[in-house]
Design a protein around this ligand. Structure first.
Ligand SMILES: [Zn+2]
Ligand SMILES: [Zn+2]
Length: 246
């Protein structure tokens, strides 16, 4: 019993370290890239970036606990619908499973994010994320612990509901990490014709999410504009010029 608890604890600590290091490496890379591509964009934001890193590392601890428990159960008790035999499902299921995970995560995020903008929740938790004005590449996981908790349970719950290959799950985590960072880094990675075209019409880009940070209302989605468009909360694309003045 004690050794089982110790193993679960070790798994949670390991996962926290992985999430924290993944954050530092990926956000660090995009912050470095920002310095190369947009020199001076983060000038005078040192104190804010330190806050973003602090909240994000606290979030890593919160994300690591459910992920570590499920990872332990997957390895030792056969928990979850994560599979490693590529032939267990047809090949077309690989991209479909990635899409299903992203769509489910997006749905959860959209509705909890709308809730987080109700005054009581905003004051309690979400104000931390909006303290970044403008957000930087370090802000992707800059959430109050209450909000981090709502995000931490999504993927660990989905692995019990939707079958996914371990490699496809890694792809989901990669997309989650990269989009979370690039949508906050203060400049657009995609060329304008893509942002204004089919891709930007369907996917959330930095140009889209920055408008949420500018006006606080609307554009609540995470990966897709689907729910914002369905619910009339899509307020269109922003521009980075406005942001530097706000
Ligand atoms: Zn944001
Ligand atoms: Zn918000």
């Amino acid at each position: 019993m004690t050794s089982t608890l110790a193993a679960i604890l070790l798994s949670a600590i390991t996962m926290t370290l992985i999430v924290g290091l993944r954050y530092l490496a990926t956000s660090g890379f995009f912050a470095w890239l920002t310095g190369r591509v947009k020199p001076g964009l983060y000038a005078r934001l040192d104190a804010q970036m330190r806050r973003e890193i602090g909240w994000s590392l606290a979030s890593a601890g919160i994300y690591g606990i459910p992920a570590g428990i499920v990872a332990w159960g997957w390895r030792n008790e056969g928990w979850s619908l994560i599979y490693t035999d590529i032939a267990a499902y047809p090949l077309w299921y690989l991209p479909l499973s990635i899409f299903l995970y992203l769509f489910a995560h997006d749905t959860w995020f959209y509705w909890t994010h709308r809730l987080m903008h109700r005054p009581w929740w905003f004051k309690l938790a979400h104000a931390v994320h909006h303290d970044s004005r403008p957000p930087t590449a370090w802000a992707a996981m800059s959430f109050h612990p209450w909000e981090a908790l709502t995000g931490a349970v999504v993927i660990p719950a989905l692995v019990f509901l939707i079958p996914i290959h371990a490699g496809a799950l890694l792809a989901v985590l990669l997309i989650m990490t990269v989009m979370g960072i690039t949508n906050h880094m203060g400049w657009e990675l995609f060329p304008r014709f893509m942002v204004n075209g089919l891709l930007g019409n369907f996917l959330i880009t930095a140009t889209h999410h920055q408008k949420h940070h500018d006006v606080y209302r609307g554009n609540y989605g995470l990966y897709f504009r689907f729910w914002d468009k369905m619910c009339g909360t899509d307020i269109g694309l922003g521009s980075f010029g406005e942001r530097s003045r706000g």
